[in-house]
Design a protein around this ligand. Structure first.
Ligand SMILES: [Mg+2]
Length: 238
């Protein structure tokens, strides 16, 4: 991944901003298992991430904070240790599951990557290192030229300004927001798209996703990327 302070990049016509979990890949619970292992390493007997309820779309730092508060531990003191333990547990957690790409996503990322009309970045609740581990499982990390991660903000809504700044610095302040498309699987992604003034492509990759994405106002909802021609046509129609 190129750093955000590299020399100016040829302005693309479209910028695709990708979420990771549930959008590019399904980890088959690897992230949850890694968090559970990390909670155990902190000595919280029987502690599970599921104790905090619905975590979809939250940042890893938000999750660490919520878990520690739930078990009456001070995040100021313990968050860093929990996060490090999570990152250490993540590669092994992948070995004990069946992580998979959302059907067709690899083709879409590759197709956009070979076209000068597209730039691709990440806007994800993962820590940068966690994102690298997850995408690295499928050799997809190097396709993304920029990213906003949990390292950049505690709440997911802290991340759109980071993305916006990158786009302004790299492609010019006049870059039209409607040529930015955010791709994600939860209402939090759709909220980020709105904050960016971007269009949103909702990926309904799990039960109930369709309703969550529709209620949030996703501009287009698909289950996967198998009908790639239609998706690319929608992205480039304006
Ligand atoms: Mg997601």
């Amino acid at each position: 991944m190129a750093s955000s302070d590299s020399t100016p990049i040829h302005a693309p016509e479209y910028v695709l901003i990708w979420d990771i979990d549930g959008t590019i890949l399904s980890t088959d619970g690897a992230g949850v298992r890694a968090f559970d292992a990390a909670i155990g390493k902190l000595g919280i007997e029987g502690g599970k991430l599921s104790a905090i309820g619905d975590w979809k779309g939250r940042t890893d730092r938000w999750l660490a904070d919520a878990v520690l508060r739930h078990f009456n531990l001070d995040p100021e003191t313990h968050a860093e240790a929990l996060i490090q333990a999570y990152l250490e547990s993540l590669p092994e957690a992948f070995q004990s599951g069946y992580s998979a790409l959302i059907p067709g996503v690899e083709k879409m990322i590759e197709r956009a990557a070979v076209s000068p009309a597209f730039a691709q970045g990440l806007l994800t609740g993962n820590l940068r290192k966690g994102a690298q581990i997850k995408l690295g499982q499928f050799q997809l990390w190097d396709y993304f030229t920029f990213g906003a991660f949990a390292d950049d903000g505690f709440d997911r809504m802290d991340l759109p300004p980071v993305t916006q700044q990158y786009i302004a610095d790299s492609f010019g302040h006049g870059f039209p927001a409607d040529q930015v498309v955010l791709i994600g699987d939860t209402e939090h992604d759709i909220a980020c798209a709105k904050a960016l003034g971007a269009r949103s492509l909702g990926i309904a990759s799990y039960p109930g996703a369709q309703d969550r994405l529709a209620s949030a106002g996703a501009d287009l909802i698909v289950e996967d990327f198998k009908d790639l021609d239609s998706i690319m046509e929608w992205i480039t129609k304006n």
